[in-house]
Design a protein around this ligand. Sequence first.
Ligand code: KIV
Ligand code: ZN
Length: 540
Amino acid sequence: MATKTDPKTTAKADQKMAAKTDQKTAAKTDQKMKNIRIFDTTLRDGEQSPGMSMNLKEKIEMAKQLERMGVDIIEAGFAISSPGDFLSVKTISETLKDCTVASLARANKADIDRAWDAVKDAVDPRIHIFIATSELHMQAKLQMTPEQVLEQTIAMTRLAKKYCANLEFSAEDATRSDRKFLAKVIRAAIKEGATTVNLPDTVGYTTPEEYYDFLMDIRSRAPELDNVVISTHCHNDLGLAVANSLAAVRAGVTQIETTVNGIGERAGNASMEEFVMTLYVRKELYKAKTNIVTTEIMRSSNLLSRITGVKVQPNKAIVGANAFAHEAGIHQHGVLKNPLTYEIMTPASVGLTENNLVLGKHSGRHAFSDRVKTLGYALNDEELNIAFGKFKNLADKKKSVYDRDIEAIVAKEAVQVPKTFTLGGFVINSGSTITATAVVKLNRDGKSIEKVARGEGPIDAAFNAISKIVGKELHLEDYTINSVTEGVDALGDARVVISEKGGAPYSGRGLSTDIIEASINAYINAVNKIYYAEDTKGIQ
Ligand code: KIV
Ligand code: ZN
């Protein structure tokens, strides 16, 4: 006799079965997925490019965010290149707990010793040595014969291996190297203990098809590569860095070197967010995945822009301001009906949240602290107090305080250098028929110093007055002002880059609803960075 079943129960059971089958299929697909390690070189290749230099506090903050995002290996710097680089690699090595920390080293003893000194306290230290293998680089740069390069590779990988089990060897300019010679060098490096072999496209010269063929060819010439991690490091001179990195995944590479926002030498490196999201969106095509927590992508991109003051172009894939904006009416209509019409990934999947109104002038310290934590920032008590004070000031002036305003305040506080100078006050007199004059008062060590200066406009006059107080001849290299959110009461975010004659550039940021005050704060912030660098003996 047939039993009667409740259609609702049957439907529920069907759904459960389907969900289970989906989970099983997902788990099976996941098992079949290759895991691609992300080696982040934002703090090394990225930081060494023009306008991207960061001080110690900024590097530590960025490194913590990279760790939170799930990066597998962080190249924290090039330890021998300066005392500042050494200290930042060392501090990052001591601070991070969840990822491998690497330092770059040329294939010589001094570099390797310094790199090891800097990374040895990391939970998983790595030394990354490199030597050029192309005819052009060997002759013009190294002035070494191929035999000498081979000998140096053997001696230096052997030395580095004595210090560090986790050893990466890079053949610089690999894609323009003689393949027979390159294979010889690689085999020697592996024999001496290299655990990762990186085959960079140093000058961004190759193309996806060619790179795929190159990697397959090198794998057949050096079969030992099957026993180590093969890595790529692609530059973007022809705009192909991400495409080449994806071709490398198809050729069996399991470590990809990237940077946040694609920063790096010349046209930059493969962009982390573009590479990661391509694997995420097209996993069935590449059968590969990364450990990156994609919802942290936006925050990493914003933090880097805030620290360096360099914004990404609006149409930049994944993290550009327009990446998820739909202007055309026909597109908007489609997206409202079904987001899949014009969106291949959700804004939320990269951590782009609604610009929610979160707090107002009646919100207390507790609510503020909670929101700061939710946004992913860990401030100590003092930093939280300062940030809360700034939030209160802002909430007094601005009707609506958004997440982006809070992030702007907090991210700035987290990378704050000691405040040698603080703003005591200012009065500006300017107009179309008079020369702008500024009176600025700064505080230093409990004393107040006031100076008057003229300028081409109110901001120039204010900057001149600060230079007089500081007693340094400061040159303004760059100045920009943007609004953090929209509206007449938006927070102005000013950035200046200043330098002393012949000295390094220092950038400063300032926030205020008054753009002159934001600019003055940015200038003072840059001056304080100069003092911080001097106090820490050239550490920048
Ligand atoms: O571009 C390059 O080849 C490099 C190496 C040092 C890995 O940055
Ligand atoms: Zn590079």
